[in-house]
Design a protein around this ligand. Structure first.
Ligand code: G4P
Length: 530
């Protein structure tokens, strides 16, 4: 038991989020470098070409040279066992990206100092905020020209509605970037040179009161500016409050340069102190403690068809309590059956390894012969719980998908239904239209490519796809008239989901407002429900 407690207490599981190119991969790589999990930077993701080194199972990934699904990496640092959940970039964005955030206990948001908040960060932040998980901000690329740090703080606060607490403060930026001021230690960290970012960086520390030494390190001009900024900061910024950090209301902010290894150690040191080990998770019957001796986990992602010949799938699970042991039988709660989880795997740095045991906080991938759905719970009896479901996220792209070959009607219907049930796409039905023509909704366009690939390779079905200009979806909660009599703008579509709920799909927010203004008694609700 003490072993269990010790193992779980040293675990930290976080997701790393950013807009593409902000430096997420570089920062992840530097974490691994500092943790000793890799020997030199540049091995997680080399130059173009071996970008899919981390996971190249899926045919589609190979074809496009991208990583379709998020990967998980584990490494050790100063006695902690850290799990990083990577969220895929831009063109690989999908509903899986959001679901990955369900498995994390905190998030690290990487922001390009020259660009500030960008579209993808905004989307991912919203999901983290829904869960009230701690959010740490790493403002990257200070070695380049950057926005004013005070403006960056304002941007975070006004756009995200959270408080910020700079843990350190940059001394200039771009070519004159000298390092950072550490607010808690009241000292500056500067450096001799950057070593091109391949090795750990040895920083020079200097107390803020040692004026002469400071002048020799950063020059009197920058020292004076820094003194003014510190005064302003201490007067104007939020007070540090760990409780607020832990419920996601206050984001500790760090400045640095991932490429040059600057700010990595400081970040890890504070991050590890401020975050907690895995906490209890809500189930339908109350909370389960991570220290419960019985193993429990939920499926947050299913990666299908990694090996075409075997049509196999991997279900990714977040362990919520106890210890997983290879070879044990566990209860698949949703099916009421005892099962053995086979080929359990974990990513250690960039190696995929079969594992014998794993603890609460860890993520494992297990072979799935088609028995898992997103959100399923697996437990070790006598524990029998169901974790609260994983929400479905509002699709932002829609297309009409129509079967081409009427001889394959059955395969088309079966494929679409199964793939939707797995959570890889969402499907909607038009009134008076059969199963040969459906509307597919996705969060990221890549999901359309995955759908076509899987329909061809698994079900032998071709279809036509017509993209729709719609990007808004709402549930119809109440209407004072028959739904067919609703007054809607020309291109608003009324549809039904797989569970029989009525919804409207709109070509923009203006059309949502138009519907509300022209139909008294119509009540609509947001799609993302928690
Ligand atoms: P991502 O995963 O968020 O998409 O970003 P990634 O780490 O791939 O970084 C995007 C680009 O920004 C890379 O350059 C990377 O080297 C650079 N970068 C990351 N951190 C810093 C930093 O602190 N300072 C500066 N100046 N650049 C940084 P690239 O030219 O697109 O790729 P590569 O040829 O270096 O691989």
């Amino acid at each position: 038991m003490s072993d269990l407690r010790e193992e779980i207490s040293r675990r930290r599981t976080f997701a790393i989020i950013s807009h593409p190119d902000a430096g997420k991969t570089t920062l992840t790589e530097k974490f691994l470098l500092y943790g000793g999990a890799i020997q030199s930077a540049g091995s997680v993701r080399g130059k173009q070409g071996d970008k899919h080194a981390v996971s190249d199972w899926m045919e589609l990934e190979k074809q496009r040279g991208i990583s379709v699904t998020s990967s998980v990496m584990q490494f050790e640092y100063e006695g902690y066992c850290i799990n990083i959940l990577d969220t895929p970039g831009h063109q690989d964005f999908s509903e899986d990206t959001y679901r990955t955030l369900m498995a994390a206990d905190s998030a690290v948001m990487v922001i390009d100092a020259a660009k500030g908040i960008e579209a993808q960060t905004r989307k991912l932040f919203r999901v983290c905020a829904m869960r009230h998980i701690p959010i740490f901000t790493f403002i990257n690329k200070l070695d380049r020209e950057a926005k004013d740090p005070f403006d960056l703080m304002d941007e975070l606060e006004s756009e995200f509605g959270i408080g910020t607490y700079p843990m350190n403060w940059p001394i200039s930026c771009g070519q004159t970037f000298k390092g950072v001021y550490e607010r808690d230690k009241k000292c500056i960290l500067t450096f001799d040179n950057f070593h091109g970012g391949r090795e750990r960086l040895r920083a020079i520390e200097c107390d803020i009161a040692q004026t002469e030494k400071l002048d020799s390190l950063i020059g009197s001009h920058l020292r004076e500016i820094l003194a003014e900024q510190i005064e302003l900061l201490d007067g104007a910024c939020f007070d540090f409050d760990l409780e607020k950090v832990r419920c996601g209301k206050l984001s500790p902010v760090f400045f640095g340069s991932a490429l040059n290894n600057f700010g990595i150690e400081t970040f890890l040191e504070h991050f590890l102190k401020m975050t907690t080990p895995p906490l209890g998770r809500e189930t339908e019957d109350g909370e389960v403690s991570p220290f419960d001796e019985n193993f429990s986990a939920f499926v947050f992602k299913i990666q299908a068809n990694m090996n075409k010949a075997h049509r196999d799938r991997i279900a990714f699970m977040r362990i919520c309590s106890g210890k997983f042991e290879k070879g044990c039988e566990y209860l698949h709660v949703n099916q009421g059956k005892m099962i053995r989880l086979s080929q359990p795997q974990q990513m250690m740095a960039q190696e995929r390894e079969v594992i014998d045991e794993a603890y609460a906080g860890d993520i494992i991938g297990v072979f799935d012969p088609g028995i898992f759905s997103i959100g399923d719970t697996v437990c070790q009896p006598p524990l029998k719980v169901r974790f609260r479901g994983i929400p479905t996220f509002a699709p932002e792209h829609f297309a009409v998908i129509e079967q081409i070959d009427s001889m394959k009607r059955k395969q088309f219907a079966k494929g679409m239904e199964q793939i939707a049930q797995e959570g890889a796409i969402q499907i909607f039905f038009l009134p008076d239209s059969g199963m040969e023509r459906v509307i597919v909704g996705v969060v990221g366009l890549l999901q359309f490519d995955v759908l076509r690939f899987r329909m061809q390779s698994e079900y032998g079905v071709e279809y036509s796809r017509m993209d729709m200009p719609h990007d808004q979806i709402r549930y119809i909660e109440k209407s004072s008239v028959e739904l067919s009599d609703l007054k809607l703008s020309g291109d608003t579509r009324r549809v039904r989901d797989i569970k029989g709920n009525d919804l409207l799909i709109f070509p923009g927010v203006w059309a949502v407002n138009w519907a509300l203004e022209n139909n008294e008694g119509l009540e609509l609700s947001e799609f993302n429900k928690w």
